[in-house]
Design a protein around this ligand. Structure first.
Ligand SMILES: Cc1ncc(COP(=O)(O)O)c(C=O)c1O
Length: 406
């Protein structure tokens, strides 16, 4: 019997929790505390992190910032985005991918995602290009690289800046190339849920020396290297990351490669177990994805084929001892922010002609209704943990008649 109706659950043990931390974090934090050098202008932790993170991700430059939202905005400013320029983004992503565009006083234009990979569909990107398009922000959703070769071709043809939103993709590779080094710039997040975390934080990576200098200046009040201290060259702000966060991240980064390898192996195994069940479609993995960061293990459940709805399956999975969620409730254009064009002081000249209710993103809408998310730390354990997750799905499928199909 399903645990939801009083049967015994598949699993009673907990999964690995997040964040993982230990003596290395304590040592670095304490040393930073005792040094009295708590800000990045005084200490060495953030500088060390920038170098290590950038080189792990195939880049000469890393510019650490306060979070993975301002990192996107700073990258857009460094790409010389001007008022009312258009930037193509996916509708299936966290708010920041699009809100950062508005906060750069530019217009987010939504191009649909692919129904199987959940990543930006290059054909939809091409169809969304206008004479005002200046940039594209693909998200490596759930930690799986977007179709970067196709997107790069489009960017080259139309002279667009390609900014990777790699908030989910620390340590992922595309055709063995590190994510973060493929577009013109990339943005990562270190917020609590992310695969590398200090509670909050972000970083921009790039191999472009000029853009790196611009980003560095924008995150530090418009100062320039070697410049006079109270001299400010561009519109900017204080977006610096603090030394305590740098200290935690320098300890966390030691574990990243091993954790990524574990997630990747477990995720691939779990996908192979689940794709045999009718109506379950784990994120499909192109051969180009040589390492998946699995920030999320994500799948789509087609209720007609599975025999029960996603919304009925979620509580049944929880009851079997598998923590899960349905992810985003709806695509970004349906958010109140976009429906009401609540853009504050931004985009005054074009706001009247923008109508996000006409954004066409049927794949994203369907994924919102049918997706199931498992968080990355569930994949940090053993293959036996994956077997439990697969068993829970199998059990629910076996007893699907007890669950709703509407
Ligand atoms: C795809 C994506 N982009 C950007 C962000 C923003 O990162 P942060 O929360 O560090 O501002 C997130 C965070 O949840 C995200 O999931």
């Amino acid at each position: 019997m399903l645990a939801l109706f009083g049967g015994s659950p598949v699993r009673t043990r907990s999964f690995p929790t997040w964040p993982v931390f230990g003596g290395a974090e304590e040592d670095r934090l304490l040393a930073t505390l005792r040094s009295g050098q708590w800000g990045r202008l005084d200490g060495r932790q953030v500088g060390e992190l920038e170098q290590r993170f950038a080189s792990m991700h195939g880049c000469r430059h890393g510019i650490a910032v306060a979070n993975g939202t301002v990192s996107l905005r700073i990258a857009l400013l460094a790409a010389s985005i001007q008022a009312e320029d258009e930037v193509i983004v996916p509708p299936y992503t966290f708010l920041s991918t699009a809100s950062a565009v508005i906060e750069a006083n530019a217009v987010p234009v939504f191009a649909d995602v692919d129904l199987d990979t959940f990543n930006l569909d290059p054909r939809a990107v091409e169809a969304a290009i206008t004479p005002r398009t200046r940039a594209v922000i693909p998200v490596h959703f759930a930690g799986q690289p977007a179709d970067m070769d196709a997107l790069q071709r489009i960017a080259d043809t139309h002279h667009l800046t390609l900014i990777e939103d790699a908030a989910h993709a620390h340590g992922a590779t595309y055709r063995t190339r590190p994510i973060g080094s493929i577009g013109d710039m990339a943005s990562f997040s270190f917020q609590s849920s992310k695969n590398l975390t200090a509670g909050e934080g972000g970083i921009i990576t790039t191999n472009d020396d000029e853009r790196a200098a611009e980003c560095r200046s924008i995150q530090n009040c418009g100062r320039v290297e070697g410049g006079v201290w109270y001299e400010h060259h561009v519109i900017s702000g204080n977006y610096r990351l603090g030394e305590f966060q740098g200290a935690v991240l320098n300890a966390q980064i030691e574990r990243l490669a091993e954790q990524t390898a574990t997630r990747d192996a477990n995720g691939a195994y779990l996908a192979s177990r689940l794709c045999g069940l009718p109506g379950l479609f784990p994120q499909s993995r192109p051969l180009d994805c040589t390492r998946h960061a699995y920030h999320l293990f994500m799948l789509r459940l087609d209720p007609a084929r599975f025999g029960a709805t996603r919304d009925a399956v979620l509580p049944a999975l929880e009851a079997e001892g598998i923590p899960c969620s349905g992810g985003y409730g709806y695509s970004l254009p349906a958010q109140p922010l976009f429906r009401h064009k609540a853009f504050g002081p931004y985009l005054p000249a074009v706001r009247d002609r923008l109508d996000y209710s006409r954004a066409h993103c049927p794949n994203s809408d369907l994924i919102c209704r049918q997706s199931i998310w498992l968080e990355h730390h569930l994949l940090l354990g053993t293959r036996a943990d994956m077997d439990d997750i697969a068993l829970a799905f199998e059990k629910i499928h076996q007893h699907r008649d007890r669950l709703g199909t509407r």
